[in-house]
Design a protein around this ligand. Structure first.
Ligand code: BDP
Length: 697
């Protein structure tokens, strides 16, 4: 097995009792209707049941048997309509579905019912998942609808097929062969996304290229949009703010200039002629050198609203990113997005969403939630997670990200008192927004197994599942994924789940424990580089973030420091401002702490740092051992790949520990505690190590 099939392997059910139940209850499959989406439903049931039940399953328009699997909508299927279900269906909305066991006309129906064909497709995938994970289906009573309206992958794919922060090969989009050639992979991609409820995809990098908005490329985009449509996957593009100059031959891109407005309006009309259900634009402006409205003395709102006005007659939206920072602003980088965006709350058009990264710096292994969550009640905010592991070991480290995503979603902003979680801000329920969205920066590429690391697939899976229902637990998502991806063997499930559940904390420990952040090697962000200084921007250096000196370590973001803490609600501030009550996981994020300061464990900061780094390596060793013990339960190809990657991860963890401890030791001047392994080389050795990766931006 090479991993291409992801979690959709549909191997025959191994539990004999369960298999018998399925075979009895699914004697016959009936799907009424013929839309392209229902055609996919039929194919999926045929392939899925064929594999899972180990027998050919014909999908029929009507049936005569007693035990029937019935899928459809009330409008498209007389049989579904005859079952009633009106109220229940109303409750699940346009994309939701019901999975029910129901008796009618002397028959036993297992029903997948929805209001739209897409809902039926989502229900079908859920139903197949129940079989893949060997659940009882005798008394089904599932009602499911998405908590977030837009569930979108963000591809940072360039038109030359390189992928910014992509570690799984090249871009899936083969622009050269488009629009004529529709690679099977596009359909498999759309199918995988539909199986986890993802309903949108931004095809291009946020560091955008205006060429994608030319007719030549729009035709190619159209071909992709057509291929994705039956799977419910809407296409979005990144819009480079200076496009009117670059491809429109205008002299300016000033958002208040009538010619610029007219250009975008025409451009949008053109796009919708090609793609009538085009989703809209994602924009990175005035950030890391990208052009934007501030180049013309205008605000982010001026820029976003101008695009929103062009899109609104067509039903399109603008996702305007809040990931902005400027070296010329002599303030803590962690504060800049809030400082620029908070004052704009209430000034955006209705079809503008502001897209905010989970934390205020940049996708670190751990960050406190971004202070903008809860601070812009009048603006729907998109949660931007990074599925690709830019700062978490990229394509070779095993890091299951559900616990990280959940940690942010469950954080309490206290915006409207206790219980105002980030999840409630994002799903729109806290402020009554009907528009809601979650975006995930994709980890997918042309690698045969899509994600480089076989366990990277779990993070793609997790993103979709959480965007659909953020209340799912990390354990539950892991459980489903393991069963579908590997097997339903209890020993394998529990051991792999243990590995996964501890894996992100392991990365935090061997890279950035106790609230350290952004001390990775310059630009490639892979290995350790706590010594990085003297770069074009202060906030592109590690010394800016860790602030190590003879006294101690950490970034003072309290009142006596940058006061970034003031951007949070008073309840949050109260907890985090005192090092004694600040959770240790955020300690060095908010405080400069003395090397001798005693922490909860009773150890000094220095000793604790040494223990945490070592614990990180120990966790990887434990994962290696567990995995080695599963050799007979996993196919050789995937087993070997994971083993090899775990070895790389182990060596990297050691590299991280040795390099960071040696470096911080030059400030603490303290010995590595007795009993802990000593670093293998000198600090100079690690500083001279060539980065493994070609430097990018
Ligand atoms: C950082 C990446 C950079 C992206 C930027 C962004 O290092 O490559 O362009 O974020 O999100 O994480 O715009």
């Amino acid at each position: 097995e090479d991993g291409y099939q992801l979690w959709q392997r549909y191997n025959q059910v191994t539990n004999k009792g369960q298999l018998k139940q399925y075979q009895q209850l699914l004697e016959e499959v009936v799907v009424q209707g013929n839309s392209p989406t229902l055609q996919i439903v039929k194919d999926e049931l045929q392939t899925g049941l064929g594999g899972l039940l180990g027998k050919t399953t014909a999908v029929k328009e009507s049936g005569g048997k007693k035990n029937v699997l019935l899928a459809g909508t009330r409008n498209g299927s007389a049989l579904v309509k005859a079952l009633g279900l009106e109220e229940d269906l109303k409750a699940v909305g346009p994309e939701g579905y019901l999975l029910l066991s129901q008796k009618a006309n002397g028959k036993n129906y297992t029903v997948i019912a929805a209001n739209s064909d897409l809902g039926v497709l989502y229900g079908t995938f859920h139903f197949l998942r129940l079989l893949q994970t060997q659940q009882d289906i005798q008394r089904l009573a599932v009602k499911s609808s998405p908590k977030t309206k837009l569930r979108i992958l963000n591809h940072w794919d360039n038109l030359d097929r390189t992928v910014e922060r992509g570690y799984a090969g090249f871009s899936l989009w083969d622009w050269h062969k488009l629009p004529d050639y529709i690679d099977q992979r596009y359909l498999d991609y759309a199918r995988a996304n539909a199986s986890i409820g993802i309903n949108g995809t931004v095809l291009t990098n946020v560091n955008a290229n205006s060429l994608v908005l030319t007719p030549e490329y729009l035709k190619k985009v159209t071909a992709l949009a057509n291929a994705f449509r039956p799977y419910g996957l809407k296409v979005y593009l990144t819009a480079r703010f200076s496009s009117p100059i670059e491809i429109g031959k205008l002299k300016t891109a000033d958002p208040l200039d009538p010619a610029v407005k007219a250009w975008w309006q025409k451009k949008v009309e053109e796009i919708y002629q090609y793609i009538p259900d085009f989703g809209g634009f994602l924009v990175k402006a005035n950030s890391e050198g990208q052009p934007g409205p501030q180049n013309y003395g205008r605000t982010h709102a001026d820029g976003a609203n101008m695009l929103a006005d062009a899109l609104s007659p067509k039903g399109g939206i603008v996702m305007w990113r809040a990931f902005v920072y400027d070296n010329n602003v002599p303030d803590d980088r962690a504060k800049q997005a809030y400082s620029e965006f908070k004052p704009l709350d209430g000034t955006f058009r209705k079809n503008v969403m502001v897209q905010v990264k989970n934390g205020a710096i940049d996708f670190q292994p751990r960050e406190p939630f971004h202070p903008l969550f809860g601070a812009m009640p009048k603006t729907p905010l998109v949660m931007e997670f990074q599925i690709t592991q830019e700062y978490l070991g990229q394509g070779t480290h095993l890091a299951y990200l559900a616990p990280m995503f959940k940690e942010t979603l469950e954080s309490d902003t206290y915006a409207q008192g206790k219980g105002s979680t980030v999840a409630k801000v994002v799903d729109g329920s806290l402020n009554g927004h009907s528009l809601s969205a979650m975006a995930g920066v994709a980890n997918i590429g042309t690698d045969r197994n899509w994600t480089s690391h076989p366990f990277g697939q779990a993070n793609w899976y997790t993103f979709g599942r959480l965007a659909w229902d953020h209340s799912l637990s990390s354990e539950q998502i892991a459980d489903e994924w393991i069963r579908m991806t590997f097997s339903n063997e209890p020993k394998l499930i529990s051991e792999v789940k243990n590995m996964m559940m501890g894996s992100r904390e392991a990365v935090v420990n061997y890279m950035t424990p106790l609230g350290l952040h952004h001390i990775m090697g310059w630009s490639h962000h892979y290995g350790p580089g706590p010594w990085i200084k003297d770069k074009p921007r202060a906030d592109w250096t590690s010394v800016y973030f860790h602030r190590a000196d003879e006294k101690g370590l950490g970034f003072n973001r309290t009142k006596t420091g940058s006061n970034a803490l003031a951007q949070y609600a008073p309840e949050v501030q109260a907890q985090w401002q005192d090092p004694a009550t600040c959770p240790e996981k955020y300690l060095l994020w908010f405080h400069h702490v003395a090397w001798d300061q005693k922490l909860a464990s009773g150890r000094t900061l220095w000793d604790e740092l040494c223990y945490k780094y070592t614990a990180g390596i120990d966790s990887v060793k434990a994962m290696q051992q567990t995995w080695a013990g599963l050799a007979s339960q996993v196919d050789p190809e995937r087993h070997k790949q994971v083993s090899t990657f775990l070895k790389i991860q182990h060596d990297d963890a050691k590299w991280w520990r040795d390099a960071c401890l040696l470096y911080f030791q030059t400030f603490s001047k303290k010995p590595i505690p007795a009993g802990l392994e000593k670093p293998e080389h000198t600090l100079e050795y690690y500083q001279k190590l060539d980065p493994k990766f070609v430097p990018g931006i």
